[in-house]
Design a protein around this ligand. Structure first.
Ligand SMILES: [Fe+2]
Length: 104
């Protein structure tokens, strides 16, 4: 087991910050899993194998979403910015800029 997720001495970090770091790492790992399944499905010729991969990827979407929701609940500014960007129509960059400006 590695401790590479820390960029500061772990002993100086609070329990809350270490949990936050674990959840961030979890989010990254779920995103990687989503990507790996995406790539595997793109080269897999067998329909039944691809269907299993798609089912597995769906589970990773759930894991990613749960990690993200946990993190957003812990960081209200992040949550406000996400609310301004996610599940909205329109230009994503414009939505992001507006959300960032009005997040404080
Ligand atoms: Fe997962």
């Amino acid at each position: 087991m590695g401790f590479d997720q820390y960029h500061e001495p772990p002993s100086e970090l609070s329990e809350e910050t270490r949990t936050f770091a674990r959840m961030i790492l979890g989010l990254i790992e779920e995103a990687e899993a989503i990507d790996w399944y995406e790539q595997r499905m793109s080269v897999e010729k067998d329909d039944s194998a691809r269907a299993i991969m798609a089912n597995a990827q769906k589970e990773e979407f759930k894991h990613f979403s749960m990690d993200l929701e946990w993190l957003l609940r812990k960081r209200p500014v992040w949550r406000r910015i996400a609310k301004g960007v996610l599940f909205r129509d329109g230009d994503i960059v414009e939505l992001g800029e507006k959300a960032e400006e009005s997040a404080d």
